[in-house]
Design a protein around this ligand. Structure first.
Ligand code: FES
Length: 304
């Protein structure tokens, strides 16, 4: 019996029925993992799970893959301290960790940096200062690495999808941050005190992650972060969404442009001295890492 089409993939110009799409999605994740040599046998993978659709789906897919390959999963989760958002997400992550019997490592921004994102949100509304997203992004990066190190993981898997990757590339272009563009890794890279990151969804559009989550009945917290619209990423996301609608394939093209750029520069050594942060000891380009510079900035802004 012919299957009922449920999804038209515009850039590939083809229809998928439910089973076809599920198979396509899982195969695409495996292909991405293999293509960028993300995993090795017996790797301990720390999966960053926020409770949102992307990360809950990543956990689901890696859990499925893990049944076939010798590897081990742990969950790492950060509580941003956003009332009506972080608490609900935290409960769901705890529940799923128990159900799947996966060890959970969690911490809050309050414990790690003495401020919640709500604290920063209040300060931001009172005076002109950096937007909450700036802190959230940098602290998330630091905090997930901290938890993955604590879990003694070999890899840190995040649920960044094609849309996120394209947004990040474009944001770096708009900010003139050329070095950051070259630092966006394709392959997991080892460095002292850094757990190599992998992004198994980096070639999958966000709408396909949502569709897979819906078809597989994956539970997730469907509440948008109340501070998202204050960040530059929000505007870029909206603009890119329109571009992709009008010109299918735009997101893939941005990723492909970035890959070509990295290939052109692969023989050029980056002349950047790697220091150790005087506060946490993690690698940093300056004496104090960005995460602790931001904490310092908040302490000073509080006193003003
Ligand atoms: Fe939540 Fe930026 S702080 S999206």
């Amino acid at each position: 019996m012919p299957c009922e089409p449920i999804y038209f993939k515009r850039d590939a110009k083809r229809f998928f029925c439910k089973d076809e799409f599920i198979r396509y999605f899982e195969k695409k994740v495996m292909k991405t993992i293999n293509k960028w040599r993300m995993l090795r046998r017996n790797n301990k993978i720390a999966v960053a799970v926020s409770g949102g659709k992307d990360s809950m789906t990543l956990l689901h897919v890696l859990y499925k893959i893990e049944q076939k390959f010798p590897s081990q999963l742990v969950i790492v989760h950060l509580d941003e301290g956003i009332a009506g958002y972080s608490d609900i997400a935290g409960e769901l992550v705890k529940k799923i960790a128990e159900e799947l019997n996966i060890p959970l490592y969690s911490a809050s921004y309050k414990e790690l940096f003495d401020f919640t994102i709500d604290d920063i949100g209040h300060m931001y509304k009172k005076k002109k200062m950096l937007a909450p997203c700036t802190f959230c992004g940098v602290w998330r990066r630091w905090g997930l690495n901290y938890l993955a190190l604590k879990a003694e993981a070999d890899r840190l898997a995040t649920a960044h999808c094609l849309d996120d990757e394209a947004q990040t590339i474009l944001m770096n272009v708009l900010r003139g941050a050329f070095k950051n563009l070259l630092k966006l890794q394709l392959y997991p890279k080892k460095a002292p005190n850094i757990v190599p990151r992998i992004k198994p969804f980096r070639e999958i559009p966000e709408k396909e992650v949502v569709l897979y989550a819906t078809l597989m009945d994956i539970p997730y917290v469907d509440i948008p972060c109340p501070y998202a619209r204050f960040g530059q990423r929000w505007d870029i996301r909206t603009w890119l969404y329109e571009q992709e609608m009008q010109y299918p394939g735009t997101l893939y093209n941005i990723l492909s442009f970035h890959r070509q750029l990295l290939e052109s520069f692969k023989n050029i050594e980056m002349q950047e001295e790697v220091k150790k942060c005087k506060i946490c000891g993690y690698p940093s380009s300056s004496d104090i890492c960005k995460a602790h510079q931001l904490k310092q900035y908040l302490l000073e802004s509080k006193e003003d």
